[in-house]
Design a protein around this ligand. Structure first.
Ligand code: ACM
Length: 378
């Protein structure tokens, strides 16, 4: 171990430890703190340790905005690692833009956004939705039921899915939104709808505790994932653990990372993760992005020796890193990460068997400009 003794680099960390989003945000908090610990054990950055200043916004989007302001104004911090929901990101956005902070956002999202004050390290629609849609069309059929939590991410994500559906002569047989702060009873209504409509797959963008209620209601109704899976962009190892692996078994998710990725870097990451958090607390795509984005930050800070957003952001653009998911980079055009595309199916142990994967990172294309109007699969 090397010691670092200089004045600390202070950074903000905003993930919920409490409330209905903590099931996933707590894992992002742990990914962030693990990466910071590792860097500090190795001597910090240019001889100075990283000091996280952590607040708990308790799953409330407006609290993210308030804490971001507190970090930037009262605490004199400019870099923030944080946010899961797109509503929390949208609450932080005007704050970092006005006060010239830098938000590192480690969550899949709907795309169609660019900010000079954000580095996006989660998947956009061309890296997850498109691959999931292709998989479902090829293996299950063309009739989809959309279910999402009622806020910006599921609504915009479904608008994009509808474009894929239209271009491929598929059909959306039903579309429902449940409260973001979930109520179990709503999911039984949804299941009645599904029993009547009999889609080929249920496309889910339900988040947080709602995910647990959705899969549990599905299991209680006796549906079979082999013939009508829940196909999700948001269900990770964390939600599967909360719902029970027997409940999640057979359902599919598209994500850049699953704990079962075979790579030396992932094995190293997991050894460390398990040593600190134990075997029962799995890593997932959101904690992995939270982890590797701190390494990107460290690489950039080593070069700039300054936390000023004007210096740091340009130093991040174009960086490559050997992340647990594989080689990734930050696309210099848009500040979003080029990430791997994978489809996983939940097994009895609550892990995902990887059933498809890209051969390399897929370029970030948050506005789907590379696809033009051509969204049809021949
Ligand atoms: C999300 O709200 N970006 C999952």
């Amino acid at each position: 171990m090397t010691s670092s003794s200089g004045e600390p680099w202070r950074v903000g960390v905003l993930f919920s430890k409490t409330g209905y989003m903590s099931v996933i945000e707590e894992t992002q908090l742990r990914g962030t703190l693990l990466a910071i610990d590792e860097l500090n054990e190795a001597g910090g950055i240019n001889g100075r340790p990283i000091q996280p200043v952590v607040y708990d916004p308790s799953s409330e989007a407006s609290a993210f905005g308030r804490y971001a302001k507190k970090l930037l104004i009262d605490d004199g911090i400019s870099t923030i690692f944080g946010c899961y929901t797109s509503s929390s990101r949208k609450a932080v956005l005007p704050v970092v833009e006005r006060l010239n902070g830098l938000l590192w956002y480690p969550t899949l999202y709907e795309g169609f956004e660019f900010s000079p004050n954000v580095i996006y390290t989660g998947a956009g629609p061309n890296q997850n939705s498109l691959e999931l849609f292709r998989y479902l069309m090829e293996t299950h059929g063309k009739r989809f039921y959309f279910i999402g939590s009622d806020y910006v991410y599921p609504r915009v994500s479904n608008r994009i899915m509808r474009e894929f559906v239209r271009a491929n002569s598929a059909q959306v047989v039903g579309e429902r939104y449940v409260a973001l702060r979930p109520n179990r009873a709503e999911f039984y209504d949804v299941m009645r709808d599904i029993r009547e409509l009999r889609p080929d797959a249920i496309f889910s963008t339900v988040v947080g505790d709602g995910t647990v209620f959705l899969y549990q209601a599905y299991a209680e109704c006796g549906f079979d994932p082999r013939t009508m899976p829940i196909a999700s962009l948001t269900t990770t190892e964390a939600e599967v653990s909360a719902m029970g692996p027997d409940v999640g078994e057979g359902h599919v998710t598209a994500a850049p990372y699953f704990q079962g990725v075979e790579s030396d870097q992932n094995h190293r990451f997991l050894r460390r993760w398990k040593k600190i958090y134990g075997d029962d607390f799995a890593a997932n795509m959101c904690s992995e992005a939270a982890y590797f984005q701190v390494s990107l930050f460290a690489q950039a800070l080593r070069a700039t020796n300054s936390l000023e957003t004007e210096s740091l952001r340009p130093a991040v653009l174009g960086l490559n890193i050997d992340a647990p998911q594989g080689q990734i980079s930050i696309n210099p055009m848009c500040g979003h990460a080029n990430l791997w595309a994978r489809i996983g199916r939940v097994n009895r142990a609550g892990q995902f068997d990887i059933i498809r994967q890209s051969s390399a990172a897929v370029n970030a294309d948050p506005y789907l400009v590379g696809y033009g109007r051509n969204l049809a699969f021949s």
